[in-house]
Ligand binder design. Structure first.
Ligand SMILES: [Zn+2]
Ligand SMILES: [Zn+2]
Length: 419
């Protein structure tokens, strides 16, 4: 006999847990509306080249974490391993830039990566993200960052930190890259194997290595901030000044780099002290050349994304109670055959009036039905026993106060609808 279980690295979110997910999603959508981001929904899979050509061939995601398969026609497809490239692809394909000077979109998407499962990291996870296309204005960077800060505050993450950096642009990055390569030079053998590879392909990413030996070597390495061109330097200064005006505290972190090659200029990350070393709860940055690389008109852009699974883990670690409203449902407890028949009708009528209602279908005792009502978090229980049926009434029990009253069946639905 086969024993079935969800595949490794995936999980089921059960009805007892989904209210928290729904709450976070609704807060996210609410703040998107507040900031003028409209929802975009892109396919779960894309042509593989969208990711291999644009995320950076040497990134872990492209090198070993993608779920890639061949369609029946022999075309290579990949389950989306991140949310930005598909959004840019849709922006270009539908020429959204022609409709508005600045396009602001958000998504709630499942993301797929073949990673080693660990706390808060799943092979299929949910990501919230926003992307803003069409302006190089540093005020837009500040807007996206303030959006993220507002979301974290709204859901109860009060002690988050914001790390901020700039990673320059194609004009100023080569000089820094050169300096970094020269700095590492004969110290290359002191670095980890991954950094040895990064040294060849993308030296900037060495700065972000979490290995102690690499941190030691790179402690005094040349930093991008000291190599910025005038445009990048001014842009970064203005982002900081806008954040200051908005009262958003940040820490400059010259070693912060983002995971994909398409990023330019502003890079940022939100961290929570509660998650230990893997403490990032969301991040983002500019990607001013990606739209053009994907085939559109040159269009600067900036985005932010966060993993819902990790956020929930952080909220748990912080002991944040999410204010998920109880459903306020009515449980209709019928006893005996006549009580059961009446319960079917009452339940139907209540729902017809827009009152959430449920009933027993297993012929349990009153005590057992009350237990079920309690588990469901019922606000009221409607009791329909032989005595009630004979008198044409129902006993309505307020589960908070434990008060009971008799209500004529003809008035029941209206009374509960206005309760
Ligand atoms: Zn630059
Ligand atoms: Zn390293």
């Amino acid at each position: 006999m086969t024993e079935y279980a969800a595949p490794r690295g995936t999980r089921d979110v059960l009805p007892s847990e989904t209210p928290r997910w729904q709450y976070l999603e609704s807060r996210f959508r609410g703040i998107c509306a507040l900031y003028g981001f409209g929802e975009i929904r892109t396919p779960t899979f894309e042509h593989t080249e969208l990711f291999t050509r644009n995320l950076g061939e040497t990134t872990d995601v492209v090198a070993k974490e993608m779920y890639t398969f061949e369609s029946r026609s022999g075309r290579s497809l990949t389950l989306r391993p991140e949310g930005t490239a598909p959004t840019v692809r849709a922006y270009v394909q539908h020429n959204l830039g022609a409709s508005l000077p600045v396009n602001k979109v958000y998504y709630v998407a499942r993301i797929f990566r073949y990673e080693r499962p660990q706390a808060g990291r799943y092979r299929e996870h949910t990501q919230f993200g926003v992307e803003a296309f069409g302006s190089l204005d540093p005020a837009l960077d500040a807007e996206v960052i303030s959006f993220a800060a507002r979301f974290f505050s709204a859901v109860g993450v009060e002690d988050f930190g914001l790390r901020l950096n700039t990673i320059g642009c194609p004009n100023c990055r080569p000089a820094h890259r050169q300096a970094l390569v020269e700095f590492v030079g004969d110290k290359l053998s002191d670095l980890c194997a991954i950094c040895a590879d990064r040294f060849q392909r993308n030296p900037l990413r060495m700065l972000d290595c979490k290995e102690e030996r690499c941190k030691a070597v790179l402690a005094s390495a040349p930093m991008m901030v000291d190599y910025l061109c005038e445009e990048c330097s001014e842009h970064f200064a203005r982002v900081q000044s806008y954040l200051g005006e908005m009262g958003i505290a940040f820490t400059l972190d010259p070693k912060l780099v983002r995971g994909f090659d398409y990023y330019t200029k502003t890079a940022f990350e939100f961290v929570s002290g509660e998650l230990g070393a893997q403490n990032a709860i969301g991040g983002g940055g500019r990607y001013d050349n990606l739209v053009e690389e994907i085939g559109g008109q040159p269009t600067p852009a900036i985005g932010f994304g966060l993993g819902l699974d990790r956020l929930i883990l952080a909220l748990d670690a912080m002991g944040v109670e999410l204010s998920c409203e109880a459903s306020g449902t009515v449980f209709v407890a019928g006893l005996g055959e006549a009580g059961h028949e009446a319960a079917v009708k009452v339940t139907f009528d209540l729902r017809g009036r827009g009152v959430s209602a449920d009933m027993d279908y297993t012929g349990r005792s009153l005590k057992a039905q009350m237990k079920v009502a309690d588990k469901l978090g019922a606000r009221y229980v409607v009791l329909l026993g032989e005595d009630e049926i004979a008198r044409g009434v129902a006993t309505v029990r307020d589960m908070r106060t434990s008060e009971q009253e008799s209500v004529p069946l003809s008035e029941l639905a209206a009374r509960l609808a206005s309760a």
